[in-house]
Design a protein around this ligand. Structure first.
Ligand SMILES: [Zn+2]
Ligand SMILES: [Zn+2]
Length: 263
């Protein structure tokens, strides 16, 4: 395992819509801060929900002023922040889920990023130096893309006990998000997908609806920009805001309209 003594607390607590942290390759981005806010309850939730609401109403006002019809990226992003606050508010009432997601997050960071991917990258970097900085190659929307697609395939009834279905890999790579990934990130994604699948099996068990829910929530927590990242918005935020966390939304919004059509 790679030691990460210098990891930035700003990355772990991040709520801004970018991630360039190569130390953790985004594997620690945002989620531990969100879990910690959920543990603090109302006060922790308000840290997110109050600025998110203000931003949402401001973007709504601009949207109407400009007589827009389709949701803009700004509006989607603002709605995403309100929905993330709702997810954290829901988590505040589900301690067991917080525990489980923390185990999943630690497995992603230590076992998948720190162990498995590190070993693969070290092996490849002998012949391809680009693999040496593998943390940089996977920063950004990497983990959220993979987790969202795993949730999608489980939602369609795949069995976590089996091996990774080919369709997940295809779904990850065929999506527009992967168009500019390049060879190094693509190869890392294929390895990370197998490792994530195994961790999800060990930690989330065989109850499919609950595994899907956990993966969607975690994808939202680790994504640097859930409302603006189309794969996460469409596959994770939209179903969560429509069902599980609907009663926790502090601003009225229609998730189908906001994230239903691919931008
Ligand atoms: Zn980081
Ligand atoms: Zn993302």
């Amino acid at each position: 395992m790679q030691p990460t003594p210098e990891h930035s607390k700003r990355c772990e607590q991040a709520v801004r819509p970018t991630c360039v942290c190569s130390t953790c390759g985004g594997s620690l981005h945002g989620w531990s801060g969100h879990l910690e806010r959920a543990r603090r309850g109302g006060e922790g939730v308000r840290e997110l929900s109050e600025p998110a609401e203000r931003q949402w109403w401001e973007q709504r006002r601009r949207f109407q002023e400009n007589r827009r019809k389709a949701p803009t990226r700004y509006l989607r992003r603002a709605g995403g922040a309100v929905a993330v606050a709702a997810v954290v508010s829901w988590l505040a009432e589900h301690e067991d889920t917080v525990e489980r997601l923390e185990k999943l997050g630690n497995a992603i960071h230590r076992d998948v990023f720190g162990d498995g991917l590190a070993a693969f990258a070290a092996q490849c970097s002998d012949t391809e130096p680009a693999f040496a900085d593998y943390g940089r190659a996977v920063a950004g929307h990497f983990w959220c893309d993979l987790l969202a697609e795993i949730a999608n395939v489980l939602d369609r009834g795949a069995d976590l006990l089996g091996r990774v279905p080919d369709e997940v890999g295809a779904a990850v790579l065929e999506h527009g998000d992967a168009a500019e990934w390049g060879r190094v990130r693509t190869m890392l994604a294929e390895v990370a997908l197998r490792l994530l699948w195994r961790s999800a099996h060990v930690l989330l068990g065989t109850d499919l609806p609950s595994a899907v829910l956990h993966l969607r929530v975690f994808a939202v927590l680790i994504c640097p920009d859930p409302g603006g990242h189309s794969r996460v918005a469409d596959s994770c935020l939209r179903p969560l805001a429509r069902d599980t966390v609907r009663d926790h939304l502090t601003a009225g919004m229609d998730p189908e309209w906001l994230w239903g059509d691919k931008p």
